[in-house]
Design a protein around this ligand. Structure first.
Ligand code: FAD
Length: 333
């Protein structure tokens, strides 16, 4: 029997925005590329956000390379992003196989073996673009909590929380948004480690994108990182958040020290995510690829400022594609 694994010049693990943007540049330069994604449908992490989630910037500031996000009146909901990613994939005929869960990548003498169960592929170039949604982070605390625990990664909207008491943990955007919407149906205690840092009402996520862009450019020039911190704060005051805050419904409570202190039916952790790098973990050393031909795109600050945003991922996708194209004798246009 012929069991030689299928070979491609580049294999991208993850078919969210980061994977698609990288595929866009690779395909444009004629690199034979395959994308493996474990979701049943296009959309990446955006398939899993809570029902009321909206982008914190308008459509014209949420563009992938090549083809801008279709217009939307106001802040687009996640389904608008999902539709955009699905259309982007079709438009550029990006070859994505679904659902395929890559469980391990092994490096051997210049070749990567990409394994999904009993199936495998070979390639000289792997792009990890697996995002963070599948790796929700919960900090450890002493004590026990008797109620039901959730994470913003699986928060289903307000229905299960009606007329209950809810503790929401986390002082960033997801905590503020989820706590704000729950205040209209439940009794909410919003725990934050420090007082919430609201951005001015008139600015939206665009200022974060601009800040990221300035950081990326400074690093590129070899200058010191100006940092993520800003006098502007970090919670984008979306309309529902603003209403809840200004009517006094949304107020922060200092962080508990033990879970025993929480008296609530539900506890929702809005404490962020880690990178879902399971399949390539052993090929990284302090976040850096150990061998040539492995690239990480998306994720967040350890790969580059703004790399985890729709509009920010483009330059990193291009950089990875450029290196891969050069290694197989082509150039990225
Ligand atoms: P993902 O979208 O997660 O895509 C990765 C894909 O890889 C997924 O389909 C995943 O299932 C798959 N995968 C994972 N592991 C494997 C594996 N082993 N094998 C095969 N496939 C695998 N950004 C903005 O620009 N604007 C916003 O308004 C905004 N709002 C956000 C709100 C929240 C609450 C959060 C958490 C993030 C937000 N972001 C926003 C940030 C960012 O745009 C998203 O997190 C985005 O989904 C990241 O895209 P990605 O392609 O890097 O990862």
């Amino acid at each position: 029997t012929d069991w030689t694994p299928e070979h491609h010049e580049a294999i991208i693990i993850g078919g969210g925005q980061a994977g698609l943007a990288t595929a866009y540049y690779l395909l444009r330069s004629g690199v034979d590329t395959l994308v493996l994604d474990n979701q049943p449908n296009p959309g990446g992490g955006w398939l899993h956000v809570w029902p009321s989630l909206r982008l914190f910037s308008t459509a014209e500031f949420s563009n992938l390379p090549g083809w801008p996000m279709p217009p939307y009146d106001g802040f687009p909901p996640a389904c608008h992003v999902v539709d955009y990613l699905a259309a982007y994939e079709r438009r550029y005929r990006i070859p994505v196989q679904r659902p395929v869960t890559v469980n391990e990548v092994i490096y051997e003498k210049g070749t990567y073996h990409v394994w999904a169960g009993t199936k495998s592929w070979t390639t000289e170039n792997v792009v990890a673009a697996t995002g963070t949604w599948s790796a929700p982070f919960v900090p450890s605390h002493p004590g026990t909590f008797a109620g039901t625990q959730w994470h913003s990664a699986n928060y289903p909207g307000t229905t299960p929380f009606r007329s209950t008491t809810v503790a929401v943990v986390g002082g960033a955007n997801s905590g503020a948004q989820i706590a704000a919407e729950l205040t209209s149906v439940a009794e909410v205690t919003w725990y934050t480690r420090q007082p919430p840092r609201w951005m001015p009402d008139e600015v939206d996520g665009r200022v974060l994108f601009r800040r990221n862009r300035l950081r990326a450019l400074a690093l590129q020039r070899g200058e010191p990182d100006p940092g993520t911190d800003s006098a502007l704060g970090d919670i984008v005051v979306l309309p529902e958040v603003r209403r809840a805050r200004d009517t006094g419904r949304l107020q922060a409570t200092p962080m508990f020290t033990s879970l025993d202190e929480i008296d609530a039916d539900h506890l929702i952790w809005c404490t962020g995510f880690r990178s879902a790098i399971g399949p390539i973990r052993r090929l990284l050393d302090h976040g850096r690829p150990k061998h040539p031909g492995l690239h990480v795109v998306g994720y967040g600050d350890w790969t580059g400022p703004g790399a985890a945003t729709i509009t920010g991922v483009g330059p990193y996708a291009k950089q990875a594609a450029r290196r891969i194209a050069a290694s197989v004798g082509r150039t990225v246009k």
